[in-house]
Design a protein around this ligand. Structure first.
Ligand SMILES: *Cc1c(COP(=O)(O)O)cnc(C)c1O
Length: 246
């Protein structure tokens, strides 16, 4: 197949998967009796910039990435085509990458410790950019410190306060990934998202503007929508399987 035909085929595939996904989201929103659909972030990690450009053409406005090196290169390539998108950083982040991430990301969903807040605040200091939207990622696993990452629920309020009082950062809300169970599948997404909704209400009492709940991936977006997710992070359901799971 030549390149033009390949692109046309990929465009058709992404079009139909996005259409299916949007229907799936719509059904879940009405089943949950919600009046507003969550924002859709298409997670493009491990997929090329050419896919991001096709997604933009198909009306996707927000993408998600979890590794700085890959995201920095991809966002630059997309920008070089004159396309501006809302880039969400959703992966574990080392403080020494804060400056790089702040250069292309509009939001970071994976804030899990005070030193990362400080590094991001320093990275945006003196720049002209809009405030960087920050989500506190919570570890909802029964045995804390698992592979999903995140802060312990007891640390939510102090971390939130640190973000809210940092110039250049804006406290968006909370984020979580449902804990892993058997064979790498989500253990019990409903229980995890119910807990996340509770933590969100706790946060709202202190920070009424921090309404966002980033939850729900390909496998569990219905449950996340039922528990009030405002941002879905969906990858494989749109783009297909990734070469490796991280
Ligand atoms: C990869 C990833 C997603 C997307 O997962 P899919 O199962 O491909 O939909 C969502 N959130 C985070 C934090 C991720 O790393």
């Amino acid at each position: 197949m030549n390149e033009m035909a390949e692109i046309a085929e990929r465009r058709a595939q992404l079009t139909s998967r996005l259409t299916e996904l949007r229907k799936r989201i719509e059904r879940a929103v009405s089943a949950a009796h919600r009046s507003q659909a969550p924002e859709l972030i298409v997670v493009t990690k491990f997929h090329p910039a050419s896919d991001v450009l096709l997604l933009a053409e198909l009306g996707v406005t927000q993408v998600g990435e979890n590794r700085d090196q890959e995201a920095a290169a991809k966002s630059a390539e997309v920008r070089a085509h004159g396309i501006s998108l809302y880039w969400n950083f959703i992966g574990q982040l080392q403080s020494n990458k804060a400056k790089s991430v702040a250069a292309y990301a509009s939001a970071v969903h994976s804030i899990d410790r005070p030193s990362l807040v400080d590094a991001l605040a320093k990275a945006v200091q003196g720049t002209e950019r809009e405030a960087l939207r920050c989500f506190v990622q919570l570890d909802l696993a029964e045995n804390p410190g698992g592979p999903r990452g995140g802060a312990q629920p007891a640390d939510l309020l102090p971390l939130a306060e640190r973000i809210a009082s940092a110039p250049g950062l804006e406290l968006a809300g909370v984020m979580a990934v449902a804990p892993l169970g058997e064979a790498g599948r989500s253990a019990d997404p409903e229980a995890a998202f119910a807990r996340l909704a509770q933590l969100s209400s706790t946060l709202l009492r202190e920070h009424p503007e921090a309404r966002a709940i980033s939850a729900g991936m390909s496998a569990d977006l219905e449950q996340a929508i039922a528990y009030g997710a405002t941002h879905l992070r969906v990858g494989s359901d749109v783009l297909g399987a990734r070469a490796a799971v991280r």
